[in-house]
Design a protein around this ligand. Sequence first.
Ligand code: UDP
Length: 241
Amino acid sequence: QLQKPRLILDNGLRLDGRRPDEMRPIKIELGVLKNADGSAIFEMGNTKVIAAVYGPKEMHPRHLALPDRAVLRVRYHMTPFSTDERKNPAPSRREIELSKVIREALESTILVELFPRTVIDVFMEVLQADAGTRLVSLMAASMALADAGIPMRDLIAGVAVGKADGVLVLDLNEPEDMWGEADMPVAMMPSLKQVALLQLNGNMTPQEFRQALEMAQKGIETIYNLEKEAIRSKYAELKEE
Ligand code: UDP
């Protein structure tokens, strides 16, 4: 589609039928891969990401190890079939940048100082992209780390807020991401009440920014509860076995 469609319809609803403050359905599953130390699938509407964690393990080559903490290696990648048009599987500049942004967010929560001289590998594969892949990847990673039993200060939950046809909307889909006036992904460590990632594309007034942050925080609270529930149900399963 080359021309901007209307994003907010006469009835006040969005193109996919959601209210402005309504998120897409969320599905979280832990322990989906046998060969990883921890893994998870995280779905938010049509955006689906699988994450796998290996480690902490000995770092090779040794000279790359740090004496006082674990090194985090993080890869965000989109599969060729995750987008409308086949994505070249070679890592793009965008994927390299998002890997760095996600690593920095994860570094704020993982207790890396508990595992000196080791490395923790975190892989994220976007299976299906419909906006919000950096946040869904970050949350999938957070769930996979929890599944691997790696100690963290808090889980990470995140959602984007944007502006479409002048209206603040929660959890953007692809047309809103592409045609909207603003896109602000926000991720937090909810119990610590700390921001782990915040970016803004486009423009908002300071007042809209404050409203947007509040809207994101409400969404994050809901997601955080679903994350805790997903972890609890995994442990319940283990207990039964
Ligand atoms: N996208 C795509 N191909 C690409 C990059 C992005 O189709 O090579 C789409 C995809 O749906 C993605 C959306 O554009 O979710 C928004 O991308 P953005 O860079 O804003 O990151 P995201 O919102 O996924 O974190």
